[in-house]
Design a binder for this molecule. Structure first.
Ligand code: NAD
Length: 440
C-alpha cells in the first residue's frame, strides 16, 4: 500500500485533470459520477502517479455495435449494443450485460470501472467490464430476445472469451440469456466454452451457491462489522430494503445467525414487526402473491420510514440513491450494509460519517456475487465442480479477508470504509500496472 502522499501538488494536478475529464453527461446525483468522485478522492489520498491516474480514468476499450434482428412480424429492427472493458491489468474483463431502454455508453463506462474496483477489493484476478443493449425487453418476445442476444454475442466474438472478457447477468438478463451467449460463442469456437460467461444454469456449468452469493456475502460482512463494533448477533435488529435476490437471501441468512429482522420492504410496500418477521413466511407470501403487499403478520409502514427505523443494521438492497442528504440525518442504524449498488449518495456519505454510522460500502458488501462468479469460472476451467459447502467456505474466506483488508486500510489512513475500499482496489490495480510497465 502506498503511503498517503505529502506530494499535495501532484495530487492537486490529478484533481485538475479530473476537472477537465469529468463527463458532462453524468450529473452530480448520478451514482456513477458519485462513484468516480470517490475514486478521485481515494486516488488523491494515495498520491497516485499522474500517468497511472490517467490510465485508470480511461477505459481500455469501448465498443458500439449494431444488432440487427428480424422481429416476429418479419420486419428488421436494428438495436444498439455496447461493451466497455475498463481495465484488464489484473485479469480478463468481468461484468454484466443489461438489456434496458435507458442504457447509455457513459453509464456502461462507469459501471465497467466499478467492476474493476469491486474485483480489486476482493482480490480476484479479474478486471472490469460491462455491456448493454438498448432495448425494452417488455416489448420483445422470447425469440426476439434470443436473436438479440445471439447477434450481440456474434458482434463481440473477438472481444469475449474466458481469457479476455467474461459477461454475467445484470438488469433484465438472466441464466437463460447466459446459456444463449455460451452457445453462440461455443458454435463460433467449434467446441464448448463454458467459462465464457458466468451465472449460467447449474446443469451446464453454473456454480452451486451462485444465486445466494451476494446475500450471503452481505451476511458475512455484517457479522464481521458487528463483531468489530462489539455488538452481539442475537437480538440485533435489522431492516432490509428490497426483498429480491439480494435482500431476501441476506435477511434469511441473518435470521439464521440469530438476528431479528424487524422490517422488510419491496416496491409494493414496507412492513414492520418489533418481534421479528419470519423470513420463510414472508417469502412464502411473496411466492403466492408476487409482492409483500398485504402481508398480514406485520404492520404496514411507508417505504421511506423503513430506512429510518430504530434498528442496529440497515441493509439497502433495492435501488440506487436510497440514502440521500434528505434522509441521511434520520438514519438510526449503527451499521449500513450496502447490498445494492450505489444506495448512498456522496452527500449522504458525509452525514452518515459525521453521525458515526459504520457503512460497509457496496464494492465490498455486495462483492459476494462476483466472487462466486470467479469460482464458477475456475470450476469451468478445471472441469471439476465443487459441492455447495466448498463454495460457501471459500466465499466466507474471501469476504472475511476482504472486510479486514479494507478495515486495516481505513484505520491506517483514518478514512471511512468506502474510501478505504477504493484505496485498496486502486492500489492493487496500480501496483500491477507498475510491475507490468507500459507496452511499446
Ligand atoms: P431483484 O430485482 O431481485 O430485487 C430488487 C428488490 O427491490 C425487489 O424486491 C423490488 O420490489 C425491490 N424494490 C425496488 N424498488 C424499491 C423501492 N423503491 N423500495 C423498496 N424496495 C424496492 O434485484 P437484486 O438482484 O436483489 O438486486 C438488488 C440490488 O443489488 C441492485 O442494486 C443490484 O444492482 C445489486 N446487486 C445485485 C447482485 C446480484 O447478484 N443479484 C450483485 C451485486 C449487486
Amino acid at each position: 500500500m502506498t503511503e498517503p502522499g505529502e506530494d499535495a501538488k501532484r495530487a492537486q494536478t490529478a484533481q485538475e485533470i479530473l476537472g477537465r475529464d469529468k463527463d458532462p453527461m453524468l450529473d452530480e446525483d448520478n451514482p456513477f459520477e458519485a462513484m468516480m468522485a470517490r475514486f478521485d478522492h481515494a486516488a488523491t489520498l494515495l498520491s497516485l502517479d499522474e500517468g497511472i491516474y490517467r490510465m485508470l480514468r480511461a477505459p481500455e476499450k469501448q465498443i458500439i455495435v449494431s444488432v440487427p434482428i428480424q422481429r416476429d412480424s418479419g420486419d428488421i429492427e436494428v438495436f444498439t449494443g455496447y461493451r466497455v472493458i475498463h481495465n484488464t491489468a489484473r485479469g480478463p474483463g468481468k461484468g454484466g450485460i443489461r438489456f434496458n431502454a435507458d442504457v447509455r455508453l457513459d453509464e456502461v463506462k462507469a459501471l465497467a470501472a466499478w467492476m474493476t474496483w469491486k474485483c480489486g477489493v476482493v482480490n480476484i484476478p479479474f478486471g472490469g467490464a460491462k455491456g448493454g443493449v438498448v432495448c425494452d425487453p417488455t416489448t420483445l418476445s422470447v425469440n426476439e430476445l434470443e436473436r438479440i442476444t445471439r447477434r450481440y454475442t456474434a458482434a463481440l466474438i473477438d472481444v469475449l472469451g474466458p481469457e479476455s472478457d467474461i459477461p454475467a447477468p445484470d438488469v433484465n438478463t438472466n441464466e437463460r440469456v447466459m446459456a444463449w451467449i455460451m452457445d453462440t460463442y461455443s458454435m463460433h469456437m467449434r467446441h464448448p466454452v463454458t467459462a465464457v460467461v458466468t451465472g449460467k444454469p447449474v446443469e451446464m456449468g453454473g456454480s452451486l451457491g451462485r444465486r445466494e452469493a451476494t446475500g450471503r456475502g452481505c451476511m458475512i460482512v455484517t457479522k464481521e462489522a458487528l463483531h468489530h463494533l462489539g455488538l452481539p448477533l442475537r437480538g440485533t435488529k435489522v431492516a432490509v430494503q428490497g426483498f429480491g435476490n439480494v435482500g431476501s437471501v441476506a435477511a434469511q441468512l441473518l435470521e439464521q445467525e440469530g438476528l431479528t429482522i424487524v422490517g422488510v420492504s419491496d416496491i409494493s410496500g414496507a412492513f414492520y414487526n418489533p418481534n421479528g418477521i419470519y423470513i420463510d413466511d414472508a417469502l412464502q407470501w411473496v411466492r403466492e402473491h408476487r409482492y409483500l403487499e398485504g402481508y398480514p403478520r406485520a404492520e404496514s409502514i411507508s417505504l421511506d420510514s423503513l430506512l429510518t427505523m430504530d434498528v442496529d443494521v440497515l441493509l439497502p438492497a433495492a435501488v440506487e440513491n436510497a440514502i440521500t442528504r434528505r434522509n441521511a440525518d434520520q438514519i438510526r442504524a449503527k451499521i449500513v450494509c450496502e447490498g445494492a449498488n450505489g444506495p448512498t449518495t456522496a452527500g449522504a456519505d458525509e452525514i452518515l460519517e459525521k453521525n458515526g454510522v459504520f457503512v460497509i460500502p457496496d464494492i465490498l458488501a455486495n462483492a459476494g456475487g462476483v466472487t462466486v462468479s470467479y469460482f464458477e469460472w475456475v470450476q469451468n476451467r478445471m472441469g471439476y465442480f465443487w459441492d455447495e459447502a466448498s463454495v460457501q467456505d471459500r466465499l466466507n474466506a474471501v469476504m472475511q479477508k476482504s472486510f479486514h483488508d479494507v478495515l486495516e486500510v481505513a484505520e491506517r489512513h483514518d478514512v471511512n470504509l468506502r474510501i478505504a475500499a477504493y484505496m485498496l482496489a486502486i492500489d492493487r490495480v496500480a501496483a500491477v500496472h507498475r510491475l507490468r510497465g507500459l507496452y511499446a
